[in-house]
Design a protein. Structure first.
Length: 398
């Protein structure tokens, strides 16, 4: 290339003014605050202005060969207008972003403080709310969990008493059969489980018999009545009799030692004790708790409590007001983050888009992006832009 041609190209491209402007904007020897301000506010608009000027210079000769010269010239003017507006929007967007950042920061601090205070209130009131929910569950119709708990507790308590009473007899019996001395620890745990099964079975038979009486199924009443008599005989002879025998020394102490209860008296007292205990416990809690325990064991299900309108009751750890407020705060945080991202990305991207529109106007005779950009959602995907430009060239060739 001849020196004269190079000089013409440099003059048309404004090479020396561009270098001077770039060195001024770069501000290598300026104070730190001025250097930051220049690079923040001027370097991107300067790059877009230089690219737009060079593209416009290259576009001028093509006007002679274009079919729609007036439309192209109008689009060129609109593109310069978009660039000017994008630059001023970029300068204003810096202050807008700073203001949005301060507003979002104060909003975040407020959300954290209010959320922390609300969480403390929820934690303080949580025990009272749990008590209220438990009270509502207890007072509302449904599964009688109190009766179930009392039934299980009574069965465990009764099994514990009979285990203590029967331990000596069982050790003597098993030791005589095995020919070795057995320890109490090795006997009491299996004996307790055995007694627990017997007590639970006794209440199960009683519950089945009561159900047969309510349905007036006489055949079932007779059969289950026989089973109940056998269960009563086993408990009275083997369990309650030992309990009464344990009380004989107490009776003898208050009769000067001249006390002989006899087998008949022992069995009568044991039978009345069994009847009294079964009657009191049955009418108090076992009549409601035993069917539920049997339903759980047989996996028939115990149902779920419903409110008076028939909808299932929902018990939550936190109150509905706190959950709604938490959802609102999360929604605010998401919306505020999106606004902050728009304030940060949209102004500089508008300058970049305005500069790129000069290139696509030169090559494809159309704008690549429609300005102004309102949010990040207006940023088109690269594949979509490429497809639009390709379709535009195909339509133009056709």
């Amino acid at each position: 290339m001849s020196p004269q041609a190079q000089l013409w190209i440099e003059n048309i491209a404004l090479w020396e003014p561009v270098q001077v402007a770039f060195l001024f904007v770069w501000g290598a020897g300026d104070p730190a605050w001025l250097l930051v301000m220049k690079r923040l506010f001027l370097i991107l608009p300067l790059g877009a202005l230089i690219l737009s000027y060079w593209t416009s210079v290259l576009s001028l000769p093509t006007i002679l060969v274009r079919s729609k010269r007036r439309t192209f010239f109008s689009q060129m003017l609109v593109t310069w207008w978009d660039l000017a507006r994008a630059v001023f929007t970029f300068w204003g967007g810096v202050f807008r972003f700073a203001l949005q950042l301060v507003t979002s920061t104060f909003g975040l601090i407020q959300m954290l403080l209010v959320g922390t205070w609300a969480l403390i209130q929820e934690l303080v009131l949580m025990p009272f709310r749990l008590i209220r929910n438990v009270g509502a569950n207890v007072l509302s119709p449904g599964v009688p969990w109190i009766a179930v708990g009392m039934t299980v507790f009574w069965c465990v308590f009764e099994a514990t008493i009979f285990t203590y009473v029967m331990t000596g007899l069982v050790i003597d019996t098993l030791s005589n059969l095995a020919g070795t001395e057995l320890s109490e620890t090795a006997v009491r745990i299996p004996l307790f489980l055995f007694m627990l099964f017997i007590v639970l079975g006794s209440y199960a038979v009683l519950s089945t018999w009561a159900a047969a009486l309510r349905s007036r199924n006489w055949a079932a009443i007779v059969k289950i009545g026989v089973v109940e008599l056998v269960a009563m005989f086993v408990e009275v002879v083997f369990l309650y009799r030992e309990f009464v025998d344990a009380l004989v020394p107490w009776f003898a102490q208050h009769t000067s030692g001249n006390f002989d209860l006899g087998i008949v008296g022992t069995l009568v007292i044991a039978g009345l004790t069994w009847l009294g205990i079964r009657s009191l416990s049955w009418f108090l809690f076992a009549s409601s708790g035993t069917p539920t325990v049997m339903a759980i064991i047989s996996r028939q299900g115990v149902g779920t409590r419903t409110e008076m309108n028939g909808t299932p009751a929902i018990s939550t750890l936190f109150s509905a007001n706190f959950s709604a407020r938490l959802r609102q705060e999360f929604q605010w945080a998401g919306a505020e983050g999106e606004r902050l991202l728009d304030a940060f990305l949209v102004p500089p991207m508008q300058v970049v888009a305005a500069a790129l529109n000069f290139i696509t106007l030169l090559v494809a005779n159309r704008h690549m992006l429609d300005l102004p950009l309102q949010s990040v959602r207006d940023f088109k995907d690269a594949r979509a832009l490429g497809k639009e430009l390709t379709e535009s060239r195909v339509r133009k060739a056709a």
